[in-house]
Design a protein. Structure first.
Length: 277
């Protein structure tokens, strides 16, 4: 079978696409990507790859200079960024996953483009198997209420795929996935567990400051020291790396049953509740 149709030079403006290329064994086709791709996929360091602007701030000249056969990006992005990508003249694949099923489709799509259908199917099966296994382990356990956010100012709840992972890990997701909310609204829900996974923040979310400034010290989560940070890329990269996020969620939600997972950090000093809060 001829491989002439397979892209030889790929620009990835999205970490999830870069991770998928890596797990299907096609990272050698990557010629340019973003600094966030390099963060989530450190093996890029072994390849001659240029670092360029991401899906939000795409630059046509940077893309064109890489001479790609294919550009992979993802929404949401600004209209200006889309125009820059199109202006580069390269073929463009736009991803817009919301749920786990969409992520499986993205894996299958990219695998198909690069002639790695069998490997893509294997990756999808491995993800589904691990999620199903954890769901079976937690189905008979109590289901604490979990608020999980992907951004702090404004407060934005984590995406629908995170809500699915929370349920698989034995929790009940609080709020509307992907929607903006407020500190007061979360306070009124009084979740049992709070998790912050801020886009681009790695594991550096200031949990003590977050609880203090939002007046959350009296919540069930804060009173029982169940406020956590999970590494950004483990929950916000819609790719096979979500399995690390799933394990971290299980450790946070049912710590008595699941060992401490990499990428999970717990609050160490809960601010005292002040009178009138």
């Amino acid at each position: 079978m001829s491989c002439d149709h397979i892209p030889r030079r790929v620009v990835s403006l999205q970490p999830s696409a870069t991770v998928i290329l890596s797990v299907i064994g096609k990272l050698h086709h990557l010629v340019a990507c973003t600094k966030y791709c390099a963060d989530v996929c450190p093996e890029i360091g072994g390849h001659p790859v240029s670092i360029i602007s991401d899906s939000w701030t795409a630059n046509a000249h940077q893309i064109a200079d890489a001479k790609p056969d294919l550009v992979i990006a993802a929404v949401p992005y600004q209209e200006k960024a889309v125009a820059e990508i199109l202006k580069s003249g390269a073929r463009f694949l736009g991803l817009a996953p919301k749920r786990l099923s969409d992520i499986y489709t993205d894996v299958a799509t990219i695998s198909g483009i690069f002639g790695a259908v069998r490997r893509g199917e294997q990756v999808i099966t491995e993800m589904q198997r691990e999620i199903a296994a954890l769901r079976a382990q937690t189905q008979d356990r109590p289901r604490p209420r979990v608020f999980c956010e992907e951004w702090g100012k404004p407060i934005i709840a984590s995406q629908p795929w995170v809500a699915e992972l929370v349920r698989a890990a034995g929790g009940e997701f609080v709020g509307v996935p992907g929607a903006q909310t407020s500190a007061e609204a979360v306070l009124s829900e009084n979740p049992d567990i709070m998790i912050a996974a801020w886009c681009g923040a790695g594991d550096r979310v200031p949990l003590e400051k977050l609880v203090r400034d939002r007046h959350w010290s009296g919540t069930n989560a804060a009173r029982h020291n169940r406020v956590y940070c999970i590494r950004d890329e483990f929950l916000n990269t819609p790719a096979p790396t979500l399995i690390y996020g799933l394990r971290a969620l299980a450790s946070a939600i049912h710590p008595q049953d699941f060992p401490q997972a990499p990428g999970l950090r717990c609050i160490t000093n809960v601010p005292a509740v002040k009178p009138g809060w």
